[in-house]
Design a protein around this ligand. Sequence first.
Ligand code: KIV
Length: 276
Amino acid sequence: MSTPNSSARKSAGKRLEAPDILKRKGAEPLVSLTAYTAPMARLVDQVADIIIIGDSMGMVLYGLETTLAMPLFTMIGHAKAVVDASCRALCVFDMPFGSYEEGPEQAFRNAARVMKKTGVQAVKLEGGEQMAETAAHLVKHGIPVMGHIGLTPQAFHAMGGFKVQGKGKGRAQVLRDAKALDRAGVFSTVIEGVPEPLAREITEAVGNVTIGIGASAACDGQVLVTEDLLGLSPRTPKFVKQYADLNQAIEKALKCYAEDVKARRFPGLEHTYSDK
Ligand code: KIV
């Protein structure tokens, strides 16, 4: 059956895969963004090489304080919508807290379920050295893995909040984390909230593609939460550049609508059915 989406896919050509991303190491920086819904995925797909269906949706869409409570089945629904609405970017599913930490078998079981139900091409796991065995197991069984080190939001309570990582004594551990994931065979690593010299050293030391968020321009690519750069989030961290103020634009439009309804300016004749 030819759906609007499948014909868009045909004209867009082949979707990027993990090996295509890996080939871009050290070349033109990779563009990555988050998406959680079909309308945003359609827009993001026009510019992004990698779409991350992030558990940040817990905070951005569901108003939670941290990402910890996001259920796997809820994220699966969002990921299916994103994959179906995009045709060019590699789609990465961010495994939520509690869905992979028990060990390689739990991680494989849940990652395989995610891939079958959504069509994503890769999964992301938070954690470095302690997650390397699990990452290697997934890679060995055909699942491309993106790592996530430095500030790992699922470790919110262990870190004592969203805090910059890899300063002072913590520096050597973040470097060890990056190298362990590289040996495990990840195709990419998100480096979040670390100082520039460390991000640079990691990017030069590993063979996989580093994607920075609050980790300087020294990385092989960048990712931001799309709602943050659009001005739709209540709080924007220091590392976010805001490219639009959609909150203000939406507020203005909604006020105009409410005023029109109250003054009976809406609906007008052009929005009204006649019986002729
Ligand atoms: O949850 C998320 O959206 C993420 C990306 C920002 C990397 O982890």
